[in-house]
Design a binder for this molecule. Structure first.
Ligand code: KG4
Ligand code: ZN
Length: 328
């Protein structure tokens, strides 16, 4: 069955088609051009842009896959977490489409869906461990099935990507900061801007990025070269991600760990996480670069699985800016 996925939780309008675990097409219209001068997303502006482009993004996904509306059997859409106005555009569009064509609708959790971007092609082999690091979330998850997801740990303050964006803003690198900061760090020396690996008493899987972000600000203000600050900050993020990943892999005896979400587009983090896991006989499973950041292929992939497990959503499905209690 072909599943149409729709994603509008933040500043990317995306549509994709998957058939089982096979990706047929993925189209993403980024709004990054709108928010450079603001240094971050303006929710109302994002929602308006989603509304302007969503029809043409879906058309492009259908064209790319050479699929007609009549061949679609299921509609999956991000129901949260995210910006409520932005989510509502995708949800309303998906509900209207599903209603008009008499198709089942399925709302999915954006954070869990990020893990499924790495599972396209191969499919899952449960239980899976997944480290999701994005602009809104940093969560370490244990997926027992498509529906049954345990949160082992999460950030107590900033998400990893958010910290990248804020350090980049202080270094006047523009938005989104992650990719630019990564390029700058490549020419820097982390040893000249040492930052600690943060560990949290009693919750070994939780993260905290706010302290190292503030410490990076202080280093930048004290005259440490920007490239060294960038390298030191990136190294400290790696330290924290690797610490939690290694601990979880040991505890659960995992043979692979998924690393997904926008921050997983970072080559330095990919390479060094892989190195940290290798001695444990554990592989790092990452999505293709273009599916690390927000996309609808991951929404369609998780939606198709949930549907296969018997789940559907009602047409009055609500947007959930925060999904609590956490569920797929
Ligand atoms: O998953 P995503 O596209 O959106 C959310 O769900 O939040 O993640 C966006 C985040 C941004 O904070 C961006 O700076 C970060 O991912 N990011 C990166 C890189 N590329 C994107 N962070 C570090 N290194 C990168 N290469
Ligand atoms: Zn995301």
């Amino acid at each position: 069955m072909i599943c149409l996925g729709i994603e509008t939780s933040c500043d990317e309008t995306a549509a994709a088609l998957v058939e089982g675990h096979r990706l047929l097409s993925s189209v993403v219209a980024s709004q990054a051009d709108l928010f450079g001068e603001w240094g971050g997303v303006v929710p109302e502006v994002a929602a308006r842009r989603h509304l302007e482009v969503i029809d043409s993004v879906v058309d492009a996904a259908l064209r790319e896959a050479q699929v007609t509306d009549a061949e679609i059997g299921l509609v999956a859409v991000t129901r949260g977490p995210g910006l409520v106005g932005a989510l509502m555009v995708g949800l309303s569009w998906a509900k209207a489409y599903a209603f008009a064509r008499g198709l089942p609708l399925i709302g999915v959790n954006h954070v869990v869906a990020h893990a499924h971007a790495a599972l396209l092609g191969t499919g899952p082999s449960y239980p899976e461990l997944a480290l999701i690091a994005s602009g809104g979330h940093t969560d370490l998850l244990r997926l027992r099935s498509a529906e049954d997801v345990e949160v082992l740990g999460r950030s107590r303050d900033d998400a990893a990507g958010e910290a990248f964006d804020k350090v980049a803003r202080v270094l006047a690198l523009g938005y989104p900061g992650g990719p630019v900061l990564e390029r700058l760090a490549a020419g820097g020396d982390a040893g000249r801007a040492p930052l600690p690996t943060v560990r949290l008493e009693g919750t070994p899987y939780d993260f905290s990025f706010s302290g190292i972000k503030t410490a990076a600000f202080a280093l930048a203000r004290s005259g440490v070269r920007p490239e060294d600050v960038a390298a030191g900050f990136q190294q400290a993020v790696l330290g924290q991600l690797a610490d939690r990943a290694v601990r979880a892999v040991r505890e659960y005896g995992a043979s692979r760990l998924i690393f997904a979400g926008g921050v997983s587009a970072n080559r330095f983090l990919r390479e060094h996480l892989q190195e940290a896991l290798r001695p444990l006989g554990c592989a790092l499973l990452v999505p293709p670069f273009r599916l690390s950041t927000d996309n609808a292929a991951m929404i369609a992939a998780l939606g198709a699985e949930l549907h296969a497990a018997g789940r559907t959503s009602p047409l009055d499905l609500a947007a959930e800016p925060v999904i609590h209690p956490f569920r797929a």
